[in-house]
Ligand binder design. Structure first.
Ligand SMILES: [Zn+2]
Length: 238
């Protein structure tokens, strides 16, 4: 029986998922999910605005109501699809892994306009954790306080932007990588102990269909080896 792989996963907005086993890191972009959420709010607002000038229950009002429902269903499908693709990317990168997931408390709200950040992350986090729980060998939520601020090498706290730079030891890494490294430590050792290293192999990916170790091998219908339920192809991703 090979040793159980353990990974740390940080959930975010611009980076939907950041996963690491300590040696390599995979960052899944959250731009598409963010854009979908923003689009939904924009369209919802304009439909409601148009409806406000109509008599409730009238023919035109009903038409707008149908438009709203269609749009909500469509964005819901799109977000679900993106979540499936993102979690599957992580599963493909770390097969058979057990994962620690940072329990989100909306750290991103410090950087985005609060309302927006709330909407984006609340739309995806619960779903992502649920999907990780059944696609991996178990997902355990851990406290993610200070995990995106604490330097894994020296233990110093730094508040940074997208790229993390430690003021005392000088290490530089994407902040989401730092977050996932620290979540892994919290899960394993129940503390943010210094003296760890930052993974050097960092891979940025977009949530796409059928990612895997062999991207060159026949795209399109390369079998679903992980037994993940397949959705009808939604042709809606731009
Ligand atoms: Zn440091």
């Amino acid at each position: 029986m090979p040793q159980q792989i353990v990974i740390g996963i940080d959930l975010g907005v611009n980076t939907l998922l950041a996963a690491t086993d300590g040696a390599q890191a995979v960052l899944v972009s959250g731009r598409a999910a963010k854009a979908t959420v923003q689009y939904r709010h924009k369209r919802l607002a304009s439909c409601s605005q148009a409806q406000s000038t109509q008599t409730k229950g009238s023919r035109r009002w009903k038409r707008l109501q149908r438009r709203k429902a269609r749009m909500l269903a469509k964005t819901h499908r799109r977000l679900r699809d993106l979540a499936h693709k993102a979690t599957r990317t992580v599963v493909a990168a770390f097969p058979g892994a057990m994962c620690y997931v940072g329990k989100p408390f909306n750290d991103a709200a410090q950087h985005l306009r609060p309302k927006q950040a709330q909407q984006v992350s609340s739309a995806c986090n619960v779903r992502l954790i649920a999907q990780l729980a059944y696609k991996t060998c178990g997902a355990i939520a851990v406290d993610e306080h200070y995990t995106s601020q604490t330097c894994p090498v020296c233990g110093e706290r730094n508040k940074t932007r997208r790229i993390y730079r430690c003021r005392s030891c000088g290490i530089t890494a994407p902040r989401d990588v730092i977050g996932s490294v620290n979540i892994l430590a919290v899960g394993r050792q129940h503390a943010l102990v210094p003296g760890r290293s930052v993974p050097h192999a960092v891979q940025w990916v977009h949530p796409v269909k059928y990612p895997g170790p062999k991207p060159g091998s026949s795209p399109g219908h390369s079998g679903n080896s992980l037994g993940i339920s397949q959705e009808a192809p939604t042709r809606s991703l731009r």
